[in-house]
Design a protein around this ligand. Structure first.
Ligand code: NAD
Length: 445
């Protein structure tokens, strides 16, 4: 394996002068370290991403011109197994963001006890401006650029914001073409016909649903008396909205990048979704067969959605949505982080002081990577599971780790985010120690 460009990392989580996202997110690790007994060597290793690759991707556009895009892949840690993490297409993608996302993936995989490390990738692009064939050339170009850095046993890709199963199919095909043999397991979240798993498209939302169903009853919450607002109506947010509505929760507000809608009487989520899929627009509609009519609703901004007087707030779009600037406005009693990093470290402190319970991304949205793991296992075995088998295994995994995290929080009387980091950190520490640390060598001597 060749690490084509290895950029030495200059950011550690102890450097409080850094204003980067990575410096901010890694403070969470520092907090958890107070409660764990892992070796100094293991801690030192976890301060740095293992390898970061920056690439430029030249793409021939439909009009014959050439555009060059910036792309990244970061493998944060691979002690517990190959790197694992999605690929994001967004105009704001940067190395700092990708490092942060790879950091979260490391703890998420350890928390869920998946035999993976953490990785992430991204391309700085607004995919909405590209035609389908330009998007395909970009996706194949990205794989050409990072091919030596990834692999079935090295680092495995998956969908994230503005990437989907079609793009994953192109990426797997391109990688297989480069390697001159079929490499299904290098990418998860693929279309079913080329080795995707049943249930992968709904896995993040299904996992989040099980986490909510595990925790909310502990606070005597029943679905019928629980109002919910969801920011982000994409793969994760819209699917979760549908699952929650089906279970009896009242979804009163949803939004996408254009803004949101609010209807205190509750939204008919399948109809809203149908309208969004056909018109690329969010409206409070009610559809019967193919006939849809717009029902009364209020148009709100994303900021207004975050401040709604609801029981549960679900950020399911991007990071840094609830910050020191708007955390005081949050009226929800519970926040379930479906997006990665939607609540900043400063906002966490404000929310905690207000008594808002925040359930962290590395647990809540881990259903996606869990079924990605199932897909990888199925690809390697060539033996495919039914949707029922996938969903049953997912439910068991989510509930088991959610309950263990809760027990740590209760035992230490700490917030659930720190408990989640402790749970992941213990497993990472054990794995790092098992590979040999100073203590190990001292004992030998
Ligand atoms: P997606 O591309 O399917 O949907 C993203 C949604 O967010 C879209 O509705 C978009 O309009 C909306 N959005 C974008 N910018 C916004 C803004 N500024 N304000 C409000 N809404 C905005 O992406 P997704 O796969 O649903 O991912 C959403 C979040 O969940 C991301 O943080 C992602 O990292 C996280 N996540 C996704 C998965 C997965 O399997 N898809 C797994 C784990 C975590």
């Amino acid at each position: 394996m060749v690490n084509t460009i290895s950029v030495p990392n200059t950011q550690t989580f102890v450097d409080k002068n850094q204003t980067s996202l990575f410096a901010s997110v890694s403070q969470r690790l520092e907090k958890a370290l107070k409660y764990v007994a892992i070796s100094e060597d293991a801690i030192a290793r976890l301060r740095y991403p293992k390898a970061s690759l920056s690439v430029s991707i030249p793409v021939r556009m439909d009009d014959g011109s050439l555009r060059v895009f910036s792309g990244y892949r970061v493998r944060y840690d691979d002690t517990r197994g190959p790197g694992k993490g999605g690929v994001r297409y967004h105009p704001k993608v940067s190395l700092d963001e990708v490092q942060s996302l790879a950091f979260w993936m490391t703890f998420k995989c350890a928390l869920l006890d998946l035999p993976f490390g953490g990785a992430k990738g991204g391309v700085t692009v607004n995919p909405k401006e590209l035609s389908k064939s330009e998007l395909e050339r970009l996706s194949r170009g990205y794989i050409d650029a990072i091919a030596d850095f990834i692999g079935v046993d090295v680092d495995i890709l998956a969908p994230d914001v503005y990437t989907n199963s079609t793009i994953m199919g192109w990426m797997m095909d391109e990688y297989s073409t480069i390697k001159r043999h079929l490499c299904r397991g290098v990418v998860t979240g693929k279309p079913l016909t080329i080795g995707g798993s049943q249930g992968r498209d709904t896995a993040t939302a299904t996992g989040a649903f099980h986490v909510m169903q595990t925790f909310l009853p502990k606070f005597d919450r029943v679905p019928e008396e629980t109002t919910v607002a969801i920011q982000g109506f994409g793969n994760a947010g819209a699917t979760l909205a549908e699952l929650l509505a089906k279970a009896g929760y009242k979804i009163v507000a949803v939004s996408d990048s254009q803004g949101g809608i609010y209807a205190p009487q509750g939204l008919d989520i399948p109809s809203v979704r149908e309208h969004k899929n056909s018109r690329r627009q969010i409206k409070a509609v009610y559809c019967q067969d193919s006939v849809c009519s717009i029902v009364e609703h209020q148009t709100i901004t994303n900021q207004e959605l975050l401040a709604l007087d609801v029981d549960v707030l679900i950020p399911a779009a991007l990071e840094n949505q609830i910050t020191a600037a708007n955390a005081a406005d949050v009226k929800a009693k519970f926040i379930f982080e479906v997006a990665n990093g939607p609540v900043t470290t400063e906002a966490d402190r404000i929310l905690q002081a207000k008594g808002v319970r925040v359930f962290p991304d590395i647990l809540v949205n881990a259903g996606g990577v869990t079924v990605s793991y199932f897909e990888w296992v199925q690809n390697r075995n060539g033996w495919y599971w039914t949707l029922e088998e996938v969903n049953q295994r997912l439910q068991t995994k989510m509930e088991t780790e959610a309950k263990k995290t809760w027990a740590i929080a209760q035992d230490l009387q700490i917030d659930i985010r720190t408990a989640a980091y402790i749970h992941g950190l213990n497993r990472l520490g054990e794995a790092l120690d098992a590979k040999g640390t100073k203590d190990y060598f001292s004992i030998r001597e």
